[in-house]
Write a protein that binds this ligand. Structure first.
Ligand code: DON
Length: 572
């Protein structure tokens, strides 16, 4: 089916809501949506929802830059993509300005002042409910991003999201199904009837989510910026919500929350420069370690072939080593001395990969985190943006779990995160993503839980090449790694680089994790690897939802969104 037909077909099933349908037609006439294979010169946005991509493109058309568009998209996702888009969560982003300057903004949640190391020992309250919530960072992050780089008024960037919330959002088939599945938990973790609960318990495609309270909250932020969220009426509603069932967030926690500008983590891979996130994520560290080990180990992935047993073996072994280091060393570097320098040193990584063998798998039990002499020195969402000046931005934002803690602030209409589960609640005990950790990621007041988010930008020969990122918890770094290699090594067209099946190894459990059918590896590939001792495990859900933009010669760009979701490319 042609792209255009796909769009029309999609619109008919999706937009039973008349207003949204008219808006959609209007946008179709002025920019291309889900234009996977088209090229654009003026800007591209790839996000998890067609309305968010469309809102972002409109900001670019109004003269805004990539940073303005990011603010608009982030707020829009909080409205039309409640499973992960948020104002009650946090995120990480990297950018590369048209002049080559790079940076990172950390707007990840922090542990509240009353948090303590053993608060989840002997209970399961880190995953859902009021006690699992970290201090939200998204609104402060977006206000900070706008203050530094924005060119259009903040209120204008929030306006499309605010209007959307006021009018109500039609649900896609996927969202209706997912939200229906979550009705019981949403009921259980709220003391009232939030708007995400359907009166009959079942959402249908095209049903409208009425988000009046969220519209009110967004209007507060439009009027008063960060103070509209972290102080005054909305702060009161958050604290009141917390107090209902033992949540820890206080007025002071909200008032004192600040996002942090950081230097991105920068590495090299065969002539490419990789700009990715450092603390409080381990994602960039894993990505750079894997790429470095592949290069230092002189693996010739392109020659072995895309998803050939040799390619899978090489990737699995470097991932195993990197995730073992993650468990041992990674945490919020503001609180714990994460030895980035050592972990990324060539001599160290060369040693790590030195005993690689093509003959057989290396059991994870035999792999420990590396040692060196100290020197002194199920939901998230991603969007990628480039504007006509060539400013590029890669952002991943999350509530952690799907619909976060499930707690929706009464009267304010937004979900709160359950990001506290990303801490090592108990040393050695795996979290929701099967990740274990140590002291580096133990809970402390104001500390940020360790993330896997890996928003990344790749340069070639000093020029922008690729903007990439994805949700997927612990699988995020490996999905970003595979997408980069699909482009650089296997030379796949961008769409295929994003859509192809993915696999994942994270040291523990000791298995190559694969996606459910139809994204399955050929039986022969599996057999070849099983003979060498590799174990396979099929995950119940797909892996990641990659949003990528490729810079083409002559100032053109191409976007690819993941058909694992409703993800959409918009460009002009
Ligand atoms: O920061 C992290 O690594 C997790 N909270 C991300 C969660 C996630 O990606 C869930 N998505 N499928």
């Amino acid at each position: 089916m042609s792209t255009h037909l796909q769009v029309i077909n999609f619109s008919l099933t999706y937009f039973q809501n008349c207003y949204a349908f008219l808006c959609f037609l209007l946008v179709l006439s002025t920019c291309k949506l889900n234009a996977q294979d088209s090229t654009f010169a003026q800007g591209v946005i790839v996000s998890a929802h067609p309305l968010a991509s469309q809102i972002g493109i409109q900001i670019l058309k109004n003269g805004g830059n990539a940073f303005d568009a990011a603010v608009a998209v982030e707020f829009a996702l909080a409205v039309c993509y409640p499973i992960a888009g948020n104002i009650g969560g946090g995120g990480l982003l990297v950018y590369r300005k048209a002049n080559g300057e790079v940076g990172m903004l950390d707007y990840r949640e922090k542990a509240p002042a009353l948090a303590s190391r053993d608060m989840y020992v002997g209970n399961d309250k880190s995953v859902k409910g009021h006690f699992s919530v970290g201090v939200p960072g998204t609104v402060a992050g977006m206000c900070e991003l706008h203050a530094k780089f924005g060119t259009l008024p903040l209120a204008d960037l929030i306006a499309p999201a605010q209007k959307l919330a006021a009018q109500g959002v039609p649900l896609t088939a996927r969202e209706a199904k997912r939200l229906t599945k979550e009705q019981d938990t949403i009921r259980k973790y709220n003391t009232y009837t939030p708007c995400l609960l359907h009166p009959a318990g079942k959402w249908q495609t095209g049903d409208t989510l009425h988000l009046k309270d969220l519209a009110y909250t967004l209007a507060q932020i439009q009027e008063r910026g960060r103070e509209g969220f972290y102080k005054g009426i909305i702060a009161e509603k958050i604290v009141r919500e917390m107090q209902k069932r033992g949540g820890l967030i206080s007025f002071t926690d909200l008032e004192t929350y600040r996002p942090t500008w950081r230097s991105p983590l920068v590495g090299k891979y065969k002539g490419h420069r990789i700009i990715t996130v450092g603390t409080p994520s381990a994602g960039g560290l894993i990505l750079l370690q894997c790429l470095q080990m592949l290069e230092l180990g002189k693996f010739e992935l392109g020659k072995y072939g895309f998803q050939s047993p040799k390619s899978i073996q090489a990737l699995t072994e470097v991932e195993r080593l990197a995730y073992a280091d993650r468990a041992m060393y990674a945490g919020d570097a503001d609180f714990y001395p994460v030895p980035y320098h050592n972990l990324l040193q060539k001599s160290y990584l060369r040693r790590r990969i030195a005993d690689f063998s093509w003959e057989k798998a290396k059991p994870s039990q035999e792999v420990k985190a590396g040692s060196f002499l100290p020197t002194d020195s199920e939901e998230t969402t991603h969007y990628s943006i480039v504007d006509k000046w060539g400013n590029a931005l890669s952002a991943t934002t999350t509530l952690n779990d799907a619909y976060g803690s499930r707690v929706m602030v009464e009267g304010a209409g937004f979900l709160l995160n359950d990001e506290m589960d990303d801490f090592s609640a108990q040393v050695g005990k795996p979290n929701k993503y099967g990740l274990t950790g140590t002291e580096a990621n133990a809970i402390q007041p104001f500390k940020r839980p360790l993330s896997s988010m890996t928003p990344t930008i790749v340069e070639r020969a000093g020029k922008l090449l690729l903007i990439v990122g994805t949700p997927g918890g612990s699988t995020i770094p490996t999905s970003v790694l595979q997408t980069i290699l699909n482009v650089i090594e296997y030379k796949l067209p961008l769409r295929q680089a994003v859509q192809s099946l993915r696999f994942h190894h994270q040291w523990l459990p000791d298995a190559i994790q694969t996606e459910p059918a139809p994204r399955t590896l050929p039986a022969q590939t599996i057999q070849t690897l099983e003979k060498k001792g590799y174990k396979f495990m099929t995950r119940p859900e797909t892996i990641g939802r990659v949003e990528a933009i490729l810079a083409l010669p002559a100032g053109k760009y191409q976007g690819a969104s993941d058909d694992r979701g409703d993800d959409t490319v918009a460009g002009w």
